[in-house]
Design a protein around this ligand. Structure first.
Ligand code: PTJ
Length: 254
């Protein structure tokens, strides 16, 4: 019997948390990944645990950006592998993106476990494991700076879910477009990315796949218009307002 009854008012959130804990137990998630989940949960709570208009707009811009990309890559870390591996694989197939495992707390055993999980769940090739293909991305001292020459190194658009902060700047300096998933609109990653989806990845990733499918037939010109009309700073401001409005609503009924 599950320890989390379906009737529990916070069942959904507790079940997502369980995915992380199970992922930790089977060697996918770093200890620090559990803390990252806690921080995400707090921001999700403040956002009202729903995909707001700002996130929906960012998802649309991200879909357009991915559709005009020549070589999109989705970067995978331990948390993503535990939270939504199948959904990420579905997105990758929809937009024809490569998958690359890129870890902050680099650990070969964990890297292998993540690749195995992705392969078991239907991914094709997963980059990031071949020593001969390793290249260094300038401007990052952490292990995240080690990337695959056939993946992040040459990609023009990179999806970075649940980042730790220092890589987005370096990717942008290298001339790449960065799409981030981050529940914290104030984080360095959120503030630095070209497009930040301030939403729980477990909700937003399927929405991004759906939007990519919807926009697939659009002309490059129309897609470019969607991208040009998107302003990340302004969009982040709207997410902060969403938090404020949610708190004001809660304050009235407290
Ligand atoms: O597997 P590794 O070694 O690559 O390490 C991965 C973690 C996540 C531990 C590493 O990247 C890290 O330390 O990240 P941070 O600095 O804790 O940042 C993670 C960000 O993701 C925070 O801003 C969280 O609010 C956000 N976040 C956490 N859970 C979710 C999330 N954003 C979207 N959806 C979530 N479920």
């Amino acid at each position: 019997m599950s320890l989390i009854p379906k009737s529990h008012p916070r069942a959904k959130s507790l079940l997502i948390r369980k995915r992380l804990v199970d992922g930790f137990d089977c060697g996918l998630v770093a200890k620090e990944g559990l803390l990252a989940q806690g921080r995400g949960e707090a921001f999700d709570y403040l956002l009202g645990e729903e995909t707001g208009k700002a996130a929906a707009d960012a998802i649309r811009a991200a879909a357009a950006q991915l559709l005009v990309a020549d070589m999109p890559v989705i970067s995978i870390n331990g948390n993503v592998a535990a939270l939504c591996p199948r959904q990420i694989i579905r997105l990758a197939k929809q937009i024809n993106a490569r998958l690359e495992v890129n870890l902050f707390y680099a650990d070969e055993k964990r890297r292998r476990a993540i690749i195995k999980t992705l392969r078991r769940d239907g991914a094709g090739e997963v980059l990031g494991s071949k020593a001969a293909s390793q290249r260094r991305l300038p401007g990052i001292d952490s292990a995240r700076g080690t990337v695959d020459r056939d993946g992040i190194f040459v990609a023009d658009v990179i999806v970075v879910p649940l980042e730790d902060g220092d890589r987005t700047r370096a990717l942008r300096d290298a001339g790449k477009k960065v799409i981030a998933f981050d529940l914290n609109p104030l984080s360095r990653t959120s503030q630095t990315a070209d497009i930040t989806i301030v939403d729980n990845i477990t909700r937003a990733v399927d929405l991004l796949t759906r939007e990519s499918k919807k926009l697939r037939g659009e002309s490059t010109e129309n897609l470019q218009k969607i991208i040009n009309n998107f302003d990340n700073k302004e969009n982040l401001g709207q997410s902060i307002v969403q938090i404020r409005e949610n708190l004001s609503r809660r304050a009235k009924i407290a």
